[in-house]
Ligand binder design. Structure first.
Ligand code: PLP
Length: 409
């Protein structure tokens, strides 16, 4: 680089990045006098953190190997049969802290991270309701979970009783009485796409009074809004693909709960099914996690403002939510009208996803919830003209303008 170029660059850095420069100077890794950029931080203090991509870890002794294999000792060996990789483990610990909040007994809790939210849900069901036991569930579920409970678990001899109303404890009691061998109560909170908020504490108490576990899918509610593990929920599951990672760049799931319960999963179906999370995916989710609370707060605020504007449009019959950053609205007209609205959106992206920084729209009846028979779906309020919006970080005015234009002003 010529002297002139160096001078230009120096001026540019000083003008454009004064704050960054100050930080770098304080750390002492940037030599401004000689205009030399050294590595910003030494490798052992890398700001982004290391990514351990290895899938096999060496043992020091035969005894250590045997103990890690038997589960007596915690350590790394091979992701499917031990604790994943160090990177996956850092994410697991951060999620436990996030789920419990500051100053809680995080040492009594653990998390298993999985390849997707669906594999987390499947693992919980198999680990705690196999051998002919029953799940009593809210019917307000993500379509994939509904399909698993209604179609695939019964094939394996796991009975799934769908109750009528998860907001009513008598409905849960009726479901428990109806089940042959109840093992766990299951619900999604907030329930997607109708955004139904549950009383997790009361459902947890009811479960325990009957000697059952209560498991809650908190993907939509997120740990920012409520910490149900502190109020009687035994385990929470998450699709980390959504708000926790937040950028549509990583598919992952988590099961978080007391160590004894998580150990049961680790020692039963997890090693034989092997739905492990890759370290590179864990790294993406860790990066997303750093901005999770800020993103969420902004998105929740945006969702409230957008939902209240959409509510005023003459073609909108009804608005559900917002619950977290999601809301849904039903329009006047037919299935074709709903499809036309969603296809007319220009800024809002038509995509089978939620919890991103971009605003997304979906037509649940023809996509995420299409596997639920129409009659059942309509009972749950998922009509042909329902559209779900997952609110992002764009300007509220732009999103409202786009939805109004698609609805027809
Ligand atoms: N739970 C909820 C509430 C979801 O919305 C989804 C997916 O949309 C899942 C679970 C499944 O998660 P994944 O897509 O990561 O398997």
């Amino acid at each position: 680089m010529s002297r002139k170029e160096q001078q230009d660059m120096n001026t540019c850095r000083q003008e454009v990045f004064p704050t960054t420069r100050k930080v770098l100077e304080q750390r002492g890794f940037h030599d401004w006098r000689n205009n030399e950029f050294h590595s910003l931080v030494p490798p052992e203090q890398g700001l982004a953190g290391p990514v351990y991509t290895s899938i096999a870890y060496a043992f020091n002794t035969a005894q250590e190997a045997a103990e890690i294999f038997s589960g007596e000792r915690s350590g790394y060996a091979y992701p499917r049969i031990s604790r994943g990789s160090p990177t996956v483990n850092v994410l697991a610990q951060k999620l436990v802290e996030l789920e419990l909040g500051d100053g809680q007994l995080t040492s009594e809790y653990d998390a298993i991270l999985t390849a997707s939210g669906m594999s987390a849900i499947t693992l919980v069901a198999l680990a705690f309701a196999d051998r002919g036991r029953s799940i009593v569930s809210s019917p307000y579920l993500y379509g994939g979970t509904y399909h698993l409970f209604e179609e695939f678990l019964p094939r394996l001899g796991i009975e799934c009783i769908m109750i009528d109303d998860p907001c009513n404890l008598d409905s849960w009691r009726k479901g428990i009485a109806q089940a042959k061998h109840p093992a766990l109560l299951y619900a999604e909170d907030d329930a997607n796409p109708m955004l139904i908020k549950l009383d997790n504490e009361a459902i947890g108490e009811l479960a325990h009074a009957h000697g059952l576990l209560y498991v809650c899918d908190r993907t939509i509610g997120t740990p920012l809004l409520e910490k149900p593990l502190l109020a009687g929920t035994d385990m929470v599951v998450h699709s980390l693909s959504k708000n926790i990672s937040g950028h549509s760049w990583a598919l992952g799931g988590a099961i978080i709960g007391r160590k004894t319960l998580i150990a049961q999963i680790r020692e039963s179906y997890f090693p034989v099914m092997g739905p492990v999370m890759d370290a590179r995916v864990a790294d993406c989710i860790l990066k997303g996690l750093e901005s999770f609370p800020k993103r969420m707060r902004q998105k929740i605020g945006n969702a409230k403002r957008i939902a209240s504007t959409v509510r005023r449009h003459p073609k909108v019959k009804r608005v559900y939510g917002p619950g977290g950053d999601l809301f849904a609205f039903e329009i006047e007209g037919t299935l074709e009208d709903a499809k036309r609205v969603i296809e007319s959106l220009k800024l809002v992206v038509f995509a089978p996803h939620l919890g991103d920084i971009q605003t997304l729209a979906i037509h649940p009846a023809s996509t995420t919830h299409a596997k639920i028979p129409k009659e059942e779906r309509e009972k749950l309020g998922i009509t042909d003209t329902l559209i779900r919006i997952s609110v992002g970080l764009e300007s509220v005015y732009d999103v409202c303008y786009d939805i109004y234009a698609a609805l027809g002003n």
